[in-house]
Write a protein that binds this ligand. Structure first.
Ligand code: UD1
Length: 436
């Protein structure tokens, strides 16, 4: 069966109430998995999310001889001592953005790597010049040959690198590539996202010497080798944020467990501005909404600003908030692809350049929708949960790239959502939900 034949069928209108547990951070896990092959000893990773991007990367790693043993759904043992070659030739690796982390990991350990150019969500042009600039600065020859990035070095030597833009991917990649380089590497204008810190903590737990992750200057002192260890991945900021907006858009009350509230501050702040109540606990947040939603203005920024990966979920919620809101997308140019879809549900949104001007409407009505990308797809699910009538969301394989058991978690909170495959099942499920 083809993935893209699967749909979510959703009957909107139920306020979501109850508790939901958040999984490990996909974007931290992807980098940490790649970094685990930088030691010949075994690494055990806990709190790994069971989502498609992670499983694609694990398969690609097995393809080059990495031994992967799944201890349970969220725990894997990785051993990279038998890596046979440093050239990744795996079709599906092209579909995930984070394949580029294998370049940093392989280059850092073996001083050579060949990895197909990354794919991932179609949310903008997504250049990788800063990654290549960093690899070259520490001594690698880097070229693009036959659709792959080829990097090679006699020696990797620490140096001073200034990132021209704040980039999560390049910060992590250069941090990995330089942690066994000779001497000291300094990354200036580094990204400060929680997953940058998590990757640094992970590498340090294997014996690396990285200081300053979480600030805009990261200092790395090269060490000769890394050893094995056990590491638990941080909770997923974006999965948590998505459920926070699910509470807001459905007029619900959700206790979101296994989170780091500090990572959610920019999201909590905006939810409070539009009229939600937020209660913070040590490792949980509760989001509830009783009244009408108000408008606000959002600009996406690198951490600790409002995350671009939360922009579509915020956009669909503001579509139902009284007054005029604006969202300015300053990270990726192609992140408003949910706007056409939600307009068909009755939203009033005009996009001018990198700003969406949103005039709140009292209600949305169900429609047949297609997920444009991972986060936009999740946002369309939220819109459908709040809409009148039945919606169908297609291309849900994109959503499953980053959300584990999304439909089940929403059902447990009281949503009428079912996953179907094929036209016959879809018709049956629409009739079933219409009768609920
Ligand atoms: C990662 C996340 C993605 C998130 C994004 C921003 C993963 C797998 N993906 O993507 O979900 O939306 O961070 O938080 O972790 N840029 C350059 N040159 C480069 C690299 C980036 O100009 O070499 C630009 C990009 O076009 C973008 C900005 O820098 O405008 C930020 O990109 P970056 O933080 O690198 O995003 P990703 O690592 O691709």
């Amino acid at each position: 069966m083809k993935y893209n034949q699967e749909h979510y069928v959703i009957k909107g209108g139920n306020p979501l109430k109850g508790e939901v547990g958040i999984g490990g951070a996909k974007n931290a896990a992807l980098a940490i998995l790649a970094a685990s092959i930088m030691t010949d000893e075994t690494v055990t990773l806990e709190n790994l999310p069971d989502v498609r991007d992670i499983n694609v990367l694990l398969e690609a790693m097995q393809g080059i001889g990495v031994i992967v043993e799944r201890l349970d759904r969220h725990t894997v043992k990785i051993n990279g001592s038998l890596v046979r070659n440093v050239s990744i030739e795996y079709e599906s690796i092209k579909r995930i953005r984070a394949s580029y982390y294998l370049i940093g990991a392989l280059l850092g350990k073996y001083k050579e790597a060949e990895v197909p150019l990354p794919g991932g969500c179609n949310i903008g042009s997504r250049p990788i010049d800063q990654h290549l600039k960093g690899f070259r600065a520490i001594g690698a020859d880097v070229s693009i040959e036959g659709g792959a990035i080829v990097a090679k070095a006699e020696r990797l030597i620490g140096t001073h690198i200034y990132m021209d833009v704040v980039t999560v991917g390049a910060t992590i990649n250069v941090m990995m590539a330089s942690c066994m380089a000779e001497g000291k590497t300094t990354i200036e204008n580094a990204a400060k996202e929680p997953h940058v810190v998590d990757v640094a903590n992970f590498l340090n737990s294997l014996g690396a010497n990285i200081k300053g992750a979480g600030t805009d200057v990261i200092r790395i002192k090269g060490v000769p080798k890394l050893h094995g260890g056990i590491y638990s991945i941080i909770p997923d900021q974006i999965e948590a944020g998505t459920f926070m907006f699910a509470a807001a858009i459905t007029q619900g009350d959700i206790l979101i467990k296994n989170v780091i509230p500090k990572h959610l501050e920019s999201i909590s702040a905006k939810l409070m501005e539009i009229g939600c109540s937020i209660e913070e606990f040590d490792d949980a947040v509760r989001v509830s909404r009783t009244g009408e939603l108000r408008s606000t203005h959002i600009k996406t920024l690198p951490y600790p600003g409002f995350p671009t990966d939360m922009q579509p979920q915020a956009g669909v919620t503001l579509a139902l908030s009284g007054g005029i809101s604006t969202i300015t997308e300053s990270i990726f140019e192609n992140r408003f692809r949910y706007v056409d879809e939600i307009t068909r549900m009755g939203a009033s949104i005009k996009v001018e350049g990198n700003t969406a001007i949103i005039t709140g409407v009292p209600r949305l009505s169900g429609a047949h929708l297609s997920s444009p990308d991972l986060r936009a797809g999740a946002a369309l699910v939220l819109a459908s949960l709040s809409a009148e009538g039945i919606s169908v969301v297609d291309e849900i394989s994109l959503i499953e790239r980053g959300y584990e058991d999304f439909d089940m978690k929403l059902r447990n909170l009281g949503a009428n959502i079912e996953k179907t495959s094929g036209d016959r099942q879809l018709k049956k499920m629409k009739l079933k939900l219409a009768a609920v």
